[in-house]
Design a binder for this molecule. Structure first.
Ligand SMILES: C[S@@+](CC[C@H](N)C(=O)[O-])C[C@H]1O[C@@H](n2cnc3c(N)ncnc32)[C@H](O)[C@@H]1O
Length: 255
């Protein structure tokens, strides 16, 4: 695959690719139970259509983590804009949800693509003017090895329930030395993997799937083991963020 200039979206993400593929197949060999079954379940799709919660991730012991659907469906806020200001090159928003960040990138003339396993999320992103594909991060993706920045916002470090596998996958997607900006849990001690279900706490919850939650220290530990380099840490209001860089290829010896 030829290199794309920094700041441009790889050619395969041209507008024709923004349609939502229906009846997509699960990629053989992808880790864990099918994520689209979990996040395409009624409670999440319904909340995205109405733009309103309540919505939760429910652990098997009954503990409920509230999901901030109203904020996800609103325009990008100050914390989001700070994240976007730090992005480099073409931006891949993994688990873009209803697409506020992809839409804000587009409005600023920046190139960005959202991917999400939820058809309702992708449809809403496209309606808001963003480019998005209905794909898992573990599926084959356009621009592999060429993205300048990958975003994991709103707890998306949890995707797949195995942070090390997710970090390895993101390193494949980024250009060498590329930037990952991840939002971490505001409680620094959190380092958790659990089976969860999406629920509105009224009807039946969706199917269980593996998820993870990491505070900043836990993310830095995982990242260090996987060969990432810390680039920055900051918080905006009660939201916490970490920027990491993939390792660069070894420099060639001078002759
Ligand atoms: C905690 S929500 C975050 C939503 C989001 N960032 C927003 O702005 O609304 C997690 C999102 O990740 C998506 N997701 C879950 N597993 C995924 C996967 N394997 N690949 C891509 N997206 C995934 C879900 O459909 C959901 O939209």
């Amino acid at each position: 695959m030829s290199a794309a200039p920094v700041g441009s979206v790889p050619a395969e993400t041209a507008p024709a690719a923004t349609a939502v593929p229906v009846g997509r197949q699960r990629t053989p060999g992808r880790p864990g139970p099918s994520p689209e079954r979990s996040w395409s379940a009624d409670p999440y799709s319904h909340a995205l259509r109405t733009g309103r919660g309540p919505l939760f991730l429910r652990r098997t012991d009954g503990w409920l983590l509230p999901l901030d659907v109203e904020r996800w469906c609103a325009p990008a806020d100050a914390a989001d804009l700070e994240v976007l200001a730090r992005c480099e090159g073409a931006v891949l928003d993994v688990g873009c949800g209803p697409g506020r960040l992809v839409a804000a990138l587009g409005a600023r003339g920046r190139r960005g693509l959202g991917i999400d396993v939820s058809e309702a999320a992708v449809a809403r992103t496209v309606r808001c003017g963003g480019q998005a594909l209905c794909r898992s991060v573990f599926d084959p993706l356009p621009g592999t090895g060429r993205w300048g920045t990958v975003l994991l916002m709103d707890g998306n470090l949890g995707i797949g329930g195995d942070p090390s596998a997710l970090l390895d996958r993101l390193a494949q997607l980024l250009v060498p030395g590329g930037l990952l900006i991840a939002e971490t849990a505001p409680q620094p001690d959190v380092d958790e993997r659990a089976l969860v279900q999406v629920t509105d706490a009224r009807g039946g919850p969706g199917p269980p799937f593996p998820w993870a939650r990491l505070g900043t220290p836990a993310l830095l530990r995982h990242a260090d083991r996987a060969g990432w380099h810390p680039d920055a840490q900051w918080s905006t209001g009660d939201r916490c963020f970490v920027a990491l860089r993939t390792g660069r290829p070894p420099a060639r010896p001078a002759h």
